[in-house]
Write a protein that binds this ligand. Structure first.
Ligand code: NDP
Length: 238
């Protein structure tokens, strides 16, 4: 086994759910890990910095704090995200803008801030946490699906802009994962989703985290612009 090179990793929204599990997985592998959080803190062993991804100045300040403590950021995981589900006929401009500004705009801000350092280092791993909804569509999630599909275009354009600089940009698309986000869904809807998932169950945050650490590893250096589903087979072919 080749020896693992410890990297400085930043994960947005690392105080709970999938982001927390991703931080734990990078720490377990021996990387230097920082998380952004609006409240609470990341797992033991992670540096926590305050940042709202809708605020470019806050993102910039968080990066500077992490770089001063842990060195240049070589891996960024754009994980922070929200839902504001409702059918399109009832969806307000505000419901649309808030979700797109957090999920898509927030990812743009955190990745943009990381690029200069990655170009200088000639090494970088960008991982976007999208969703099966971005590929498959989902009633009640026009805003969310559009924001998550947008991440695919973002990753692929970054790949074309910076692929020759040792930088990869990939998308991980979870299906239904047990977190606060899915705990909000009505019981009948949850049962219906579980019937549709070939695996017959929701996934766990650590099952997403394992894929994220791998796509950010040196072993995955020749994979970029890819969309990797982690969905128990729900979206096959999408
Ligand atoms: P949670 O609701 O459990 O956590 C969301 C995280 O995002 C929290 O850390 C939250 O911080 C953070 N966040 C939200 N808005 C902002 C903001 N404006 N600035 C900074 N941080 C913010 O969700 P999950 O862990 O389930 O989801 C994580 C990612 O995975 C999301 O992008 C989600 O869309 C995606 N996903 C989740 C799936 C699932 O089934 N759970 C399926 C597919 C994709 P705070 O605690 O401060 O609110």
């Amino acid at each position: 086994m080749p020896e693992l090179t410890p990297r400085t990793v930043l994960i947005t929204g690392g105080n709970r759910g999938i982001g927390f599990a991703i931080a734990q997985a990078f720490i377990a592998l021996g990387h230097r890990v920082a998380v952004t959080a609006r409240s609470g803190a990341g797992p033991e062993g992670a540096m926590t910095v305050r940042a709202d991804v809708t605020d470019a100045a806050a993102v910039d300040a968080a990066y500077s704090e992490v770089e001063a403590a842990l060195g240049p950021i070589e891996v960024v995981v754009a994980n922070a995200g929200i839902t504001r589900d409702t059918l399109m006929l009832r969806m307000s401009e505000d419901d649309f803008d808030a979700v797109v500004d957090t999920n898509l705009g927030g990812s743009f801000r955190v990745v943009k801030r990381a690029l200069k350092g990655m170009i200088k280092a000639r090494h970088g791993r960008i991982v976007f946490i999208s969703s099966i909804s971005g590929l498959y569509g989902n009633p009640g999630q026009v805003n969310y699906s559009a924001s998550k599909a947008g991440l695919i275009g973002m990753a692929r354009s970054i790949t074309r802009e910076l692929g020759s600089r040792g930088i990869t940009a990939n998308v991980v698309a979870p299906g239904f994962i047990e977190t606060d986000m899915t705990a909000e869904l009505p019981e009948a809807q949850t049962a219906e989703y579980k019937r549709a998932i070939p695996a017959g169950r929701y996934g766990t945050a650590s099952e997403v985290a394992g894929v994220v650490t791998w796509i950010a590893s040196d072993d995955a250096a020749y994979i970029s612009g890819a969309v990797i589903p982690v969905d128990g087979g729900l979206g096959m072919g999408h």
